[in-house]
Design a protein around this ligand. Structure first.
Ligand code: HMG
Length: 383
């Protein structure tokens, strides 16, 4: 039975900062951010959006009368959770009006959404008529004026996993690895990640090679079998480095093809920044929407990495009607905000300090919004 991604959508806020402007204010050569890091814009998540609202905003359009009653499992992957006990899955199921479902949250840094997809795949193989809503949503925060700052961002990707999927059919085998590494972590009382940047880059690339080699040994496939290679993209330059690892195994024509497809696959990530769990899947959407060369049956390789650390290389093939299922992402409609306004929003994110707070949401036209906190309960609204 074929199982995979039937529907997919992406949400981020309608505000961004320009990376050249951020570099100028930070007294850094803009080319460090634009070329060295490979980011041109960074999504700014206002206080009125958190992972729950972004997840709901991404998932909303994927649910209609055709699939509403078939969805019986909601798996929400995030490392920017808002509660130590209650899952984001339960919050989002409530907002979306999904009642007859199991709802959970999954965590392993940026790898979470891939774990969710694997779990969903197993669930559908045991219950072929079931559909699973998988969401990966995060806000990447390292702190103002830190080395990690140009690799911030945020957003959500939502997917429906089914049998006979309309977009991508997942292949059976994958290569995976876990090692207990301290490259990036966020202690319970921190709203910002702690990171050993250089170690994180090295482990990312090392795990890519380990999982890619394991995948090749298990499947007998080689780079020649792939139309495109996608990567978790904390910033696009690291994906370029990941791609280089396989290019030396490719013929000249395959090399040109993989580089061309990667250009399409990094376009949206370059304008959004890191969204942790959703990053690899935003790159998939970017490929689907910006490549002119994809055909049904093309195999796509995917490298998922979550600090801490877990890596997995897996793959899927595009299905016959994938072109009719593409989401319509328009990042051009976003509004550029000043560095001062970005810093203000960054500092005024909702804190769990017990105070009742009512947020001004007049500038946020999203369907699902966070409007404040009362008695230590987040208050959401649908508009
Ligand atoms: P840094 O130390 O400020 O940067 O931090 P750098 O000095 O290493 O420079 C970056 C690149 O810019 C270098 O290129 C420079 O040469 C180049 P590279 O050597 O890498 O090819 N450069 C320039 N290029 C052109 N013109 C110039 C110029 N100046 C310098 N004028 C770092 C960079 C990424 C480490 C930092 O931003 C950071 O710590 N980010 C957060 C951690 C991170 O994203 N790690 C990625 C791997 S871990 C991962 O992917 C998991 C994650 O998503 C979390 C999760 O799993 O949950 C993070």
């Amino acid at each position: 039975m074929k199982i995979g991604i039937d529907r997919i959508n992406f949400f981020t806020s309608n505000q961004y900062v320009d990376m050249s402007e951020l570099a100028n204010v930070r007294n850094v050569d803009p080319n460090k951010y634009l070329i060295g890091i490979g980011q041109s814009k960074m999504a700014v998540i206002p206080p009125t959006q958190d992972v729950v609202t972004m997840g709901a905003n991404a998932a909303d359009v994927l649910i209609d009368n055709e699939n509403r009653d078939k969805i019986d499992f909601v798996i929400f992957a995030t490392e920017s959770g808002i509660d130590n006990s209650k899952s984001t899955g339960a919050y989002v199921s409530g907002l979306l009006g999904l009642k007859h479902v199991r709802s959970i949250e999954i965590k392993q840094a940026c790898y979470g959404a891939t774990a969710a997809i694997q779990l969903a795949k197993g669930h559908v193989s045991l219950n072929p008529n079931s559909q699973v809503l998988v969401i990966g949503a995060d806000i990447a925060r390292y702190g103002l004026n830190t080395a990690g700052e140009p690799t911030q961002g945020g957003g959500a990707v939502a997917m429906i996993i089914t049998k006979n999927p309309k977009i991508l059919s997942l292949d059976a085998d994958s290569g995976f690895v876990t090692e207990n590494v301290m490259d990036f972590w966020r202690p319970l009382n921190h709203s910002e990640a702690l990171v050993d940047g250089k170690t994180s880059q090295n482990v990312y690339l090392d795990f890519f090679n380990q999982t890619w080699n394991e995948y090749k040994n298990k499947t007998g496939l080689t780079v020649a079998d792939f139309k495109a290679m996608l990567y978790h993209l904390p910033y696009t330059k690291l994906g370029v480095k990941g791609l280089r690892e396989v290019l030396n195994e490719a013929t000249d024509s395959k090399k040109i093809e993989l580089e061309r497809e990667f250009e399409a696959a990094k376009k949206y990530n370059n304008q959004v920044g890191n969204l942790y769990t959703g990053s690899l899947y935003l790159s998939f959407i970017s490929l689907l929407e910006n490549s002119n060369d994809l055909e049904a049956g093309d195999r796509i390789g995917m490298y998922s990495y979550g600090s801490g650390a877990v890596g997995e290389f897996f793959s899927g093939t595009l299905t016959d009607n994938f072109k009719s299922q593409l989401p319509k992402i328009n990042l051009e409609e976003r509004v550029q905000v000043s560095i001062e306004l970005y810093e203000n929003m960054y500092q005024n994110h909702l804190k769990n300090d017990g105070a009742d707070i009512y947020l001004d949401y007049s500038n946020d036209k999203s369907k699902y919004i966070l409007i404040g906190s009362k008695n230590m309960q987040r208050q959401y609204s649908i508009q």
